[in-house]
Design a protein around this ligand. Structure first.
Ligand SMILES: Cc1cc2nc3c(=O)[nH]c(=O)nc-3n(C[C@H](O)[C@H](O)[C@H](O)COP(=O)(O)OP(=O)(O)OC[C@H]3O[C@@H](n4cnc5c(N)ncnc54)[C@H](O)[C@@H]3O)c2cc1C
Length: 363
């Protein structure tokens, strides 16, 4: 979020300093570990309508943003495939009914399509020998998060943005310097500052573990999700036969390495989708925490105080940071320009303003 905002503001002529606790590869960012699926309909099963709308808004915006970058970033919009094993058919029915219901409420969503075994041969031949039905969600997308993080930094360098790497900062301390605004996009790194300010909607980490595999024997064309009562997984194919398989979702901000249990669950579930994963090579097992507010929704906070730079806090992107980032970006830009955001109102992104120190102290 920080890199995207820095680039957009620099393009408009602002002088920007970017501070990151880590390096250009983003080793402390949830964004580095994510699968970066852009799947508003699939996610509508577990999130609020506002986040789904932000996801829909963001898909065409990603296309435009990526087109303008100097370095290529893999972006695909060939839909999501949902699979299940025969014994889990009732769970799949429930999931499908849930999505259809959401499509009725939000008519701009494209309805999921039932896929027969024959159709599966055409859409995703790699799994057609193991599954004889599926659900296809058209229009959904994904991008390569690591390519994007790198391309954004290259863009920042071209725009002469001053990037301070390995710079762990407290944004409060920058407010007395002559910046117009200080924007805090530190994800879970903002916990110490966010939580004393906001007693209600506290920030937490939700642990997620993913495996990166090199699997040249597997040819999946699009992100594929497996409905399973205990091991629901997704497989996001990246370029050059790399697959991101994830993800656990554990209420904890533990950043330690992947557990044996998670590794066994992810790897055995992925093998049930395609036997070619048996000979895959494990490139990486990674853990990060999704920055999540108590209500599981994203939020922008704006603090204005006399004699200090404005402080804008953007957080709570949870498991949807890539899916909704362009929407959050456009809302933040409008807020900076006009002090309010019509886009945020339309999409339902929470914006809170002017929380005075007095209120904070009393809260
Ligand atoms: C396993 C997993 C899978 C995911 N899959 C998806 C997906 O498929 N689709 C999707 O849309 N989203 C997904 N997400 C969610 C997405 O990654 C996050 O929502 C998103 O990265 C949040 O962006 P952010 O910029 O707020 O935080 P981050 O990406 O965490 O970035 C925060 C940045 O702040 C820096 N920072 C922290 N503290 C400090 C400090 N004190 N000083 C300076 N810098 C600091 C960090 O170094 C980092 O660069 C996934 C996340 C995980 C963990």
């Amino acid at each position: 979020m920080g890199r995207l905002l820095a680039m957009s503001l620099a393009k408009r002529g602002a002088h920007i300093d970017l501070f990151d606790k880590g390096g250009r590869e983003g080793q402390y960012a949830a964004a580095r570990v994510a699968a970066a699926m852009l799947a508003p309909l699939a996610e509508s099963a577990i999130t609020e309508d506002s986040v789904v709308r932000m996801g829909q808004y963001s898909l065409p915006r990603w296309k435009a943003l990526i087109k303008d970058l100097s370095k290529p970033v893999y972006f695909q919009q060939d839909g999501t495939l949902i699979l299940w094993h025969r014994q889990d058919a009732s769970d799949a029915e429930r999931f499908s009914a849930h999505l259809l219901n959401n499509c009725q409420r939000n008519t701009s969503l494209t309805k999921p399509q039932k896929v027969t075994g024959d159709q599966l041969h055409d859409i995703e031949p790699g799994v057609a020998d193991r599954f004889n039905q599926a659900l296809y969600l058209p229009n959904e997308g994904q991008l390569d998060n690591r390519q994007l993080l790198d391309a954004l930094i290259c863009e920042l360098e071209l725009l002469n943005v001053h990037c301070h790497w390995d710079a762990q900062i407290n944004p409060e301390n920058l407010r007395s310097q002559p910046y117009t605004a200080v924007i805090d996009c530190r994800g879970t790194g903002a916990m110490d500052n966010w939580n004393p300010l906001l007693t209600q909607n506290t920030l937490r980490g939700v642990r997620g573990e993913v495996v990166r595999l090199y699997a040249p024997e597997v040819k999946l064309r699009r992100p594929t999700r497996l409905i399973h009562p205990r091991y629901p997984i997704y497989i996001a194919p990246k370029e050059n036969d790399v697959y991101v398989v994830g993800a656990t979702e554990i209420e904890s901000d533990d950043l330690s390495e992947m557990s044996v249990r998670s590794a066994m669950e992810l790897l055995s579930a992925v093998y049930t989708v395609h036997s070619g994963f048996a000979e895959a090579r494990i490139l990486e097992m990674a853990t990060q925490c999704r920055p999540t507010l108590k209500n599981n929704l994203p939020e922008i906070r704006m603090l204005q105080e006399k004699g200090l730079s404005d402080l804008i806090l953007i957080n709570g992107l949870y498991r949807h940071g890539f899916m909704i980032a362009p929407a959050v970006l456009d809302c933040a830009l409008q807020l900076l320009d006009q002090g309010e955001s019509a886009i945020a109102l339309e999409l339902g992104l929470n914006i809170t303003k002017d929380m005075s120190r007095h209120e904070v102290a009393c809260a």
